[in-house]
Ligand binder design. Structure first.
Ligand code: NAD
Length: 382
């Protein structure tokens, strides 16, 4: 890949603008027109000069639909890695992605990717396949960056963590909302004890559209409905922000089409409410859904109530991309972060940046076992 191609910000804009299948294409278009989503600036922030002779990590991509292609473009723009090979079950998707990744070859499938001399593979296939594919990649001593959810349940997640540790190769998951500047500020304030003891948290992710690809609604390909898709972000964000507190119990109620959902229900759940009771006496309430009447495109928030104040991360005007973080003192509010146009793709870029220096096991992945256990309990499987 030559320097000019790596640095070209227009390719990122074009890739995002061409995402007609994303949750809310109108919003990205509007953002690009307003310049609110300053993706070129993001590319510039993430790009670093590459020291003289340093060899960049060689990456393969498995699954380059909506998110796989976006993450690939973010990594290319960052200059943190070289995209060497792309595989997708749809040859057209692989070829289109390859046209955005100068020098990358198209591989037939994962088996072919595994034959190449790669340092890491980014997996962005339908969710139920993640665990098996990740295991195969790690088994070959290759690092993985997997889309969320990492797996379908805690048993699979534990097996992946064990494998990553035993082969001493890094395994990362794209829990992208952690990378928001507002999330980071909130976590730091909580960890610093500035709002006292957090005794309650409310986290919400309602997507008024719901996914537009059929596989999301097929349990055998998705592993679950809105809990697998959106609830995983909420559980991860809550545990991460609170410093991984111990859980004493989980209660939940799931729905499909407005009716109570149960595991023998044919369809996947499209609404979930859950309450996580913590051993320290605190509670965490979660709610997520697809296609609910939200009055806007999306309602996304994480609010934390402490003995000395509150903290909140909220999406702005129903946006999937624009967030504000605030600190509350009784009725007063202070803005901590208002708009972070550079967050999109940051988790993937950070994974590539780490890989550049260190391919070894990253113990942060162990927290995903706790996340998976809670999701199991939400589904009534624990
Ligand atoms: N981190 C996030 O915030 C975030 C956002 C959106 C989606 N996701 C996750 O990303 C994953 C993909 O979602 P999407 O919306 O991009 O789906 P998508 O349908 O747009 O893309 C999936 C791609 O995988 C390909 N594929 C299917 N089986 C394959 C196989 N065995 N080998 C190679 N390619 C295969 C498909 O052809 C398709 O191109 C899901 O797990 C989803 O939960 C994460």
């Amino acid at each position: 890949m030559n320097r000019k191609q790596r640095a070209h910000p227009r390719s990122l804009v074009a890739a995002l603008a061409s995402e007609s299948k994303m949750e809310n294409p109108r919003e990205v278009k509007d953002s690009l027109q307003r310049g609110a989503g300053n993706f070129s600036a993001m590319a510039a922030e993430m790009r670093e000069s590459v020291p003289g002779q340093e060899k960049l990590p060689r990456l393969g991509f498995l699954g380059v639909g909506w998110i796989g292609r976006n993450r690939m473009v973010s990594i290319i723009e960052s200059g943190q890695a070289e995209v060497c090979a792309i595989a997708d079950a749809e040859e057209k998707a692989a070829c289109e992605a390859a046209s955005l990744a100068p020098g990358a070859s198209v591989a037939a499938d994962l088996s072919e990717l595994l034959k190449l001399d790669l340092d890491g593979i980014v997996i962005a296939t339908p969710s139920a396949d993640h665990a098996e594919q990740t295991l195969r990649v790690l088994d070959r001593g290759i690092c993985v960056f997997c889309q969320k959810p990492l797996s379908r349940n805690a048993r699979e997640t534990q097996a992946l963590v064990d494998k990553s540790r035993s082969v001493n190769r890094a395994l990362g998951v794209d829990l992208s909302y952690r990378a928001l500047e507002g999330s980071e500020r909130i976590r730091r304030i909580i960890m610093g004890g500035e709002v006292g003891e957090i005794y309650a948290a409310d986290l919400v992710f309602h997507n008024a559209y719901g996914p537009d690809k059929p596989w999301y609604y097929d349990l055998s390909q998705s592993g679950g409905g809105c809990v697998m898709d959106l609830g995983v972000h909420l559980v991860d964000l809550a545990l991460w922000a609170l410093g991984y507190p111990e859980v004493s119990s989980v209660t939940s109620r799931l729905f499909s089409g407005g009716r109570r959902w149960s595991p023998d229900h044919g369809a996947v759940e499209d609404f979930a409410g859950a309450r996580i009771d913590l051993k320290n006496g605190g509670i965490v309430n979660l709610s997520c859904s697809w296609r609910v009447s939200a009055g806007c495109d999306a309602l996304i928030s994480a609010t934390f109530y402490g003995t000395k104040g509150g903290l909140s991360l909220t999406n702005k005007e129903g946006s999937f991309y624009h967030f504000r973080a605030e600190r509350f003192r009784s009725t007063a509010r202070e803005v901590l972060s208002d708009g972070d146009p550079l967050w999109w793709g940051r988790t993937a870029v950070e994974w590539a940046r780490r890989l550049r220096q260190d391919k070894c096991y990253d113990p942060d992945i162990e927290h995903q076992v706790a996340v998976s256990r809670i999701l199991d309990a939400v589904y009534g499987r624990a």
